[in-house]
Design a protein around this ligand. Sequence first.
Ligand SMILES: NC(=O)C1=CN([C@@H]2O[C@H](COP(=O)(O)OP(=O)(O)OC[C@H]3O[C@@H](n4cnc5c(N)ncnc54)[C@H](OP(=O)(O)O)[C@@H]3O)[C@@H](O)[C@H]2O)C=CC1
Ligand SMILES: O=C(O)[C@@H]1CCC=N1
Length: 293
Amino acid sequence: MNESSPSSLGGITLCFYGAGSMAEAILRGLIDAKLTNPSNVTVMNRQNAERLLQLQRQYGVIPAATDASKEDALRTSDVIILGMKPKDSANALISLKPLLRPDQLVVSLIAGLTIDTIQQLLGRPQPVVRTMPNTSSTIGLGATGICFSDAVTPEHRELALTMFNAVGLVAVVDEPLIAAVNGVSGSGPAYVYYLMEAMIDAGVKLGLTREAALQLTVQTVKGAAEMVQSTGENPGDLRRKVTSPNGTTEAAILTLDRFSFQEGMNQAIVRCVERANEMGEAIRDEAIKAQQA
Ligand SMILES: NC(=O)C1=CN([C@@H]2O[C@H](COP(=O)(O)OP(=O)(O)OC[C@H]3O[C@@H](n4cnc5c(N)ncnc54)[C@H](OP(=O)(O)O)[C@@H]3O)[C@@H](O)[C@H]2O)C=CC1
Ligand SMILES: O=C(O)[C@@H]1CCC=N1
């Protein structure tokens, strides 16, 4: 799935426009992988100056806290990474529009926001890479779906693949499938954490200490993921190997079926995709209003 790409970003400058948890996951992954020097990375947000100083202390990146330094970073950085919440993205792109040069690469992490809406808000066919990453990028185990606008050059494409390959696995998909990636892997860590919370709580109710229940659950989830990856067997076959006829696992799985586990997971992912599309439409409506104003 990973396309090959070079191992360093060289002197390419990156500006994280929005410096929250997803931005931190990626910048930390890039810096830990030594793909970039922290002095090539600027971080900015709307108002939380203490947050920028924390990122500076922790990773050595450059904070842009004043209006002048923000403008300067947005004007001069080779890559602008959009890391704000979807609801804040239209305003942020409107502010970015007068500052951008046509050759600067815009990389979006934003759920729902389409390439078309980004280009409408920027008023021109800027090179745009749309991604759907996840927070496991922090430890180099991210899973990112990625697609490209027509204006993206082969060099831009390679640069974006290098960035996201450095923080995990990358799947190049057609843009309409980014919402499906959101449903499976963008939001996916939360489903797994939710499952883990439920397993730990059940263990505690049955008398395990919270620490023991946590350790056993973590190792079980890690081991199961590793088993799928290292054996190449599909999860269904591996599940059947755990499930002895009329045994304990079968009793548990039948109970999950009684509570429509599979259907619940399917509906959750379908709803996640719908929500991504709803959020994208809300931003597109804002873009249309801004153009009419
Ligand atoms: N968290 C996740 O697991 C994933 C998130 N995403 C996407 O990543 C994006 C960010 O999510 P997340 O990191 O969780 O959000 P956070 O709330 O943690 O961070 C949002 C950041 O955006 C900043 N911001 C908001 N408006 C502006 C603006 N006008 N100019 C500059 N900075 C601004 C905020 O600054 P301040 O605090 O000063 O207001 C804050 O630093 C979202 O669009 C989300 O869809 C995608 C995949 C996974
Ligand atoms: O919950 C959200 O909207 C974001 C997008 C994917 C994960 N978190």
